[in-house]
Design a protein. Structure first.
Lengths: 513, 313
């Protein structure tokens, strides 16, 4: 580890003049015990995702602070063109982009290797995202050609600085093997110096960064699982950035501190109750409708907080490309809910056994819903289990109702495919997270994915949402936004409205005042 | 002495094997899939299956058990399923922090608990005794996560004497000492409360014995009677409790580590359990078990030093 730090330092010393401008250590407090895997293609937890854009780039990127798919801009590729049928894409790489340490210049070979690695289930957790890619090849050292099996809603989206889109050094992966997970090499503004298990990860500025040397010299990314202790450390000025709680009381309390700003940003996690339409009593649509009408979204938002949450309006989060609020969502109506239950043969209400996690935030939300449903005569018998157990049991169809909260790449296709396409039904070989066993919108979801006509695509996604909502495959609850607190000495260099890495991007323009 | 130590260490081998077996079975009985934890919720079933194969989790149970035991016997505990880091490297990075905390808490517990217990016994049923008993009850009733937060608020935030983030630089003794104070107080006071009660009761028993009366009748100074004749005979139950409590301290350190942001074995074990990191859990159990065996051995050796009858037996 020391040797690697030495090599990094030596390599960076060669560009010392640029480093002169760097100053200070940005101290970030994260609600986690330790990092998991630092290979960007395995970075699935929040703690692992946050620093990925600090270390890596994609061919293209969301502008820092944004998750607007329409604003995607060049990153490692300086330009690109597509064939008339939209299935062949040619990317022209920037020249002179260098990997951290002594791993040399980025070439098309690294890009081809990275995308193939990301598309392989053996070497990536995001292989499903790149399923549509047929071939990736290097035309010359600075040109990459991608051929698709079929059209995808947004190829650029897949190639952004997010999930499977990150580009790694081929030589580093081949040299380090499994060790790449602990010592990754990218092209980003910061390089990993070391990870101290259960304590922190330390990053140093990459003065050779192709957009210019970062203004911050170091980032100390500290793992502090206790919310109370992390808040105290932030209050005590031992941290500059603090992972926040999506909770109004927390936001209000932190906002009262002097010299502190609370950033609330996208993507929102949409919480949904997924209803297994194949299991009694929910195979009767009247029972599902009663369930939907018993839920009071406005009350949930009042409980969670006006600044950090908003009502769910569809089975796709708001702001995602293809989202529509015009989908026949049932309003809150207790009388109608009770009447529907009686009509379905449950005049005295019913009791449902539901598996749920003990994670405090999710459990608290479910307890509020439990109370709401009780008013309509639906009693949830919550079987509270440890979180890993919850994830396993809901994939074994042990719970007819599954509370699930998630954010995805902001295009309707991803959410609809993973949660409501029959290919994703849990318990099947191609399972992802379809807990409702609904497949009634498969045709629209598939057709929208390959459509080259954007208007047609939007219409198909809208139809899919209407079918799924009207059939009560899931009940949208609330959308919860991300929260970070920062001391006013931190200037991101952009306005933080959204971040797909689930935390602030620290760029070459970020600085400590 | 050497033979005694060797015998005790050999006797620990079956205990370690039994613990290993139980842990191996329990972590696999508990529901939860490490592949899902590692790959996240967007992974396909195919990707999860591929990872299970890579990690060897699709092997028959007896093959996994044999691999684990044979590797463990050669000192190879493998790598964490989640981080991929060697387990001994992860443990080695945090073990000094756990030892610092355990030793500091134990010293504090003994240094405070024993004199207060003696003092209370010497002033039986008087104000001092009542105060000591009340304080020890309070110490036992206050959970570390409450006392820890109060200590941080007072000494960290209000008076700014100690940092809130307590991960010390291991190469800097001053920093280690500075950062162990608050957690050791939080953890050590509970131990002190317990030791106070045990010492008090052992001293009361000892002071009522015939040899104390004889010593006093022979004109031995009271101070000597208490500290030499009384305390030496009362120390056996105290040593037993301290020995037992060190094991508890190692286990209880998890909350202290979380509240004071200290790295340590307790924190790793909770993380490993949450993430279904079988390899890490198994490795940690062996190390925990070994530590407890060593502590018990030291306790037994101390018996011999304090009471010659034990050595003769």
């Amino acid at each position: 580890m020391k040797l690697r730090a030495g090599l990094l330092a030596a390599a960076f010393a060669m560009v010392a003049p640029a480093a002169m401008a760097q100053q200070g250590t940005l101290r970030v407090g994260m609600a986690a015990q330790d990092m998991g895997r630092l290979d960007p293609h395995f970075a699935v937890s929040t703690i692992d995702r946050v620093p990925m854009p600090w270390m890596f780039n994609g061919l293209v990127r969301f502008p820092p602070g944004s998750i607007d798919a329409a604003a995607i801009e060049p990153d490692l590729a300086e330009r690109w063109e597509t064939s008339a049928d939209g299935r062949t894409w040619t990317f022209h790489l920037r020249r002179g982009v260098r990997f951290h340490g002594n791993y040399g210049e980025l070439t098309a070979d690294d890009v081809v290797f990275s995308l193939r690695k990301a598309a392989n289930a053996q070497t990536s957790a995001f292989s499903a995202d790149l399923r549509a890619i047929e071939t990736v090849e290097a035309v010359d050292p600075y040109t990459v050609r991608i051929v698709l099996k079929e059209n995808v809603p947004n190829l650029l989206g897949i190639l952004t600085n997010y999930a499977g889109g990150f580009i790694v050094s081929r030589r580093a992966v081949e040299e380090r093997g499994d060790g790449f997970n602990r010592a990754p090499i990218g092209t980003g503004p910061f390089a990993l110096e070391r990870v101290t298990p259960n304590q922190s990860a330390e990053f140093v500025a990459n003065p050779a960064y192709f957009r210019g040397a970062p203004q911050i010299a170091r980032i100390s990314y500290r793992f502090i699982p206790s919310d109370a202790s992390r808040d105290l450390a932030f209050q005590n000025r031992e941290l500059d950035l603090n992972y926040g709680r999506s909770d109004q009381t927390w936001v209000n309390r932190v906002r009262q501190q002097q010299g502190v700003t609370v950033d609330v940003f996208e993507p929102a996690e949409l919480a949904i109750i997924n209803v297994n339409v194949t299991q009694p009593p929910f195979n009767d649509i009247r029972v599902r409708q009663a369930l939907a009408m018993a839920v009071n979204r406005a009350e949930l938002v009042r409980w969670r907080g006006q600044d950090t949450s908003r009502e769910g309006q569809s089975l796709v989060p708001r702001g995602y490309l293809g989202f529509t609020a015009d989908n026949g969502l049932l309003p809150h109506d207790l009388n109608r809910a009770r009447a529907l239950l009686a009509e379905a043969g449950y005049p005295n209400g019913l009791t449902v056994r539901v598996v749920h996690t003990q994670l405090p935030e999710m459990l608290a939300a479910m307890q509020v819903i439990q109370q709401q449903l009780r008013r309509a005569g639906i009693t949830l018998d919550l079987q509270v289990v440890e979180h890993a157990t919850f994830h396993q049991q809901i994939r074994q169809n042990l719970s007819p109702l599954v509370y699930y909260s998630a954010a995805r790449f902001p295009i309707a296709d991803i959410y609809l495919t993973q949660f409501y396409h029959s290919r994703s039904i849990v318990g099947t070989p191609t399972a992802v997270t379809n807990f409702s066993h609904c497949g009634m919108a498969d045709a629209e979801i598939d057709a929208a994915r390959v459509s080259t006509d954007r208007a047609e695509q939007l219409r198909l996604w809208a139809t899919a949402q209407r079918k799924l909502v009207e059939n009560v495959c899931g009940i949208p609850l609330i959308e919860t936004l991300l929260v970070f607190a920062r001391r006013d000495n931190v200037d991101y260099g952009y306005q933080l409205r959204g971040s797909l890495s689930l935390g602030p991007q620290i760029t070459e323009a970020s600085r400590l005042r | 002495m050497i033979w005694f130590v060797a015998k005790r260490l050999l006797a620990a081998v079956p205990t370690l094997l039994a613990v290993l077996t139980v842990v191996f079975i329990i972590v696999r009985i508990v529901p939860g899939d490490p592949a899902l934890v590692i790959l996240g919720d967007q992974a396909t079933a195919e990707a999860a299956a591929a990872l299970r194969t890579r990690l060897g989790l699709d092997q028959p149970m007896w093959v996994q058990y044999w691999t684990f035991v044979s590797n463990a016997l050669t000192g190879n505990f493998g790598a964490s399923l989640v981080t991929g880091r060697p387990i001994l490297e992860e443990v080695g990075a945090v073990l000094p922090h756990t030892i610092d905390l355990t030793l500091a808490s134990m010293v504090l517990g003994v240094v405070v608990g024993v004199p207060v217990g003696i003092w209370a016994a010497l002033h039986r049923n008087r104000a001092i005794d009542v105060a000591a008993r009340l304080l020890s009850l309070l110490g036992l009733s206050f959970p570390v996560f409450v006392s820890g937060i109060y200590l941080l608020l007072l000494f960290g935030l209000h008076w700014r004497l100690f940092p809130v983030i307590g991960n010390a630089d291991l190469s800097d003794f001053g920093d280690r000492l500075h950062k162990v104070v608050l957690p050791a107080v939080a953890l050590g006071l509970t131990m002190a409360a317990y030791i106070t009660r045990v010492t008090r009761s052992a001293m009361l028993h000892s002071l009522g014995e015939d040899y104390i009366r004889t010593a006093r009748a022979k004109g031995v100074p009271w101070r000597r009677v208490v500290w030499v004749h009384g305390l030496r005979n009362a120390s056996l139950p105290v040593v037993t409790v301290v020995g037992l409590y060190v094991g508890i301290l190692i286990g209880n350190s998890v909350l202290t580590e979380i509240v004071f942001n200290r790295p340590g074995l307790g924190k790793i074990i909770v993380g490993a359990l949450n993430q279904r990191d079988y390899a890490m859990l198994q490795g940690l159990m062996v190390i925990y078990c070994f530590l407890i065996v060593v502590v018990n051995l030291v306790t037994d050796l101390l018996y011999g030093v304090m009471d010659p009858r034990v050595k003769q037996a």
